[in-house]
Design a protein around this ligand. Structure first.
Ligand SMILES: CNc1nc2c(CCNCC3CCCC3)c3nc(N)[nH]c(=O)c3cc2[nH]1
Length: 373
């Protein structure tokens, strides 16, 4: 067990990297996909099942947990790891993004944001200082700076103004975070799709100095082509010896394209949320289990998958329990999706390590082109 937080790059293949982040609570193999556990649970999954899918780290949510059950209560009960029975690393987002996408009656000033809870309408305030305090109370291992993520499309002035506010908030976050051995603070690059603002943001963050650097402000409706266009340059300005975390991404092909452009960590609600809405990701594309054509199909979702859903159940059964709104439907489909996402990550880690990432990508895309799934 290390007492410090450190990142070891093991190999690169083009811009793609593979390595290990060492933390006191365990190691994180990169590139890493991080399941989202918004309200102290990865929905429909026991923590041991999340681990069984291959996850080394999961996400918690400052915004949700500060409202319910509150960070102070979780702290009194021993912190988020104990509370949710997950003893490996936890990364928590800083809450600003969720306020802008979920809360009511928001007021944004230099100090921070005030807002009304989407749960009971109570008034709350988030500032860089309060966000650091909440993430410390939760006990998360990787803390995110408090930032502002502008909705796209936005004009250049708005993007510059928002990015510069986030950089001032990054400095305040670092100041409030203090010196916490074994815990990491990640800065978040902003700047929309503008190459010059992305570079300015990266330079500002490097000047302050962080344990890792996130690429924020993407996966907000710009589309894959624009996102990849930004990722063709935005990570280049970030330190090579620190982890790079692309926030909120994404579909399997988004994840592969991001890793090919130098990203080490990603998170997305897609595999878990889709598991509850019957959307199943497989190596040959998406299966919508709700479709009547599965009603008599004795085959597994994916013959090549070793997850409990594919090992023990037919499409016909999964179609039935989905249509019947049975709880086991969300459990099995979520498990499968998270297992598949982790299988993609393991495949990329192996391929980058072996210098065969080009071939791996070609195979990944070729498989998905095939017809009936
Ligand atoms: C889905 N697209 C997207 N998500 C973004 C997110 C959220 C990432 N996911 C966090 C988990 C979800 C609930 C609990 C934690 C972003 N977060 C921050 N702080 N800044 C962004 O620019 C930022 C940008 C993002 N874009």
């Amino acid at each position: 067990m290390t007492e410090r937080f450190s990142f070891e790059l093991k190999a690169t293949d083009g811009k793609a990297r593979t390595g290990v982040i060492n933390t006191p609570r365990g190691e994180i193999r990169t590139p890493a996909f991080m399941p989202v556990g918004t309200a102290a649970t990865v929905k429909a999954m026991m923590p041991e099942s999340v681990r069984a899918t291959g996850a080394d780290i999961l996400l918690g949510n400052t915004y949700h947990l500060m409202l319910r059950p509150t960070a102070e209560r979780i702290d009194r009960l021993g912190g988020l790891h104990k509370f949710m029975n997950w003893d490996r690393p936890i990364l928590t987002d800083s809450g600003g993004f969720q306020v802008m996408s979920l809360a009511g009656l928001r007021k944004l000033t230099e100090k921070g944001v005030t807002f009304k809870s989407h749960i009971d309408g109570s008034k709350h305030e988030l500032t860089p200082e309060r966000s650091m305090e909440i993430q410390k109370l939760l006990g998360s291992d990787i803390v995110m700076c408090f930032d502002e993520c502008p909705a796209l499309p936005a004009d250049r002035d708005r993007i510059a103004e928002s990015m510069r506010l986030s950089m001032r908030w990054a400095a305040r976050s670092k100041e409030a975070f203090g010196d916490r051995p074994g815990h990491a603070l990640f800065g978040i690059q902003q700047g929309g799709l503008e190459a010059d603002f992305r570079e300015e943001s990266a330079e500002a963050l490097k000047e302050i100095g962080f344990d890792g650097y996130a690429v924020g402000g993407l996966a907000v409706g710009e589309g894959q082509e624009a996102m990849f266009g930004c990722l063709d340059h935005a990570p280049d300005h970030l330190p090579k010896d620190k982890p790079r975390y692309l926030m909120g991404v994404g579909k399997p092909d988004d994840i592969v394209g991001a890793v090919a452009r130098g990203i080490d960590m990603m998170d997305c609600v897609l595999p878990s949320r889709s598991g509850r809405t019957g959307q199943v990701f497989t190596r040959r594309g998406v299966v919508n289990i709700k479709n009547a054509r599965h009603a008599d199909d004795p085959r597994p979702l994916d013959e090549a998958c070793s997850c409990p859903a594919c090992s023990n159940y037919s499409r016909a059964y999964l179609h039935h329990v989905y249509r019947s709104n049975e709880m086991i439907s969300g459990m099995l489909l979520t498990w499968h999706n998270l297992h598949y996402f982790q299988e993609i990550m393991q495949g990329m880690r192996d391929a980058i390590g072996a210098g065969t990432f080009e071939d791996w990508q070609a195979e990944f895309h070729a498989q998905r082109a095939q017809g009936d799934i």
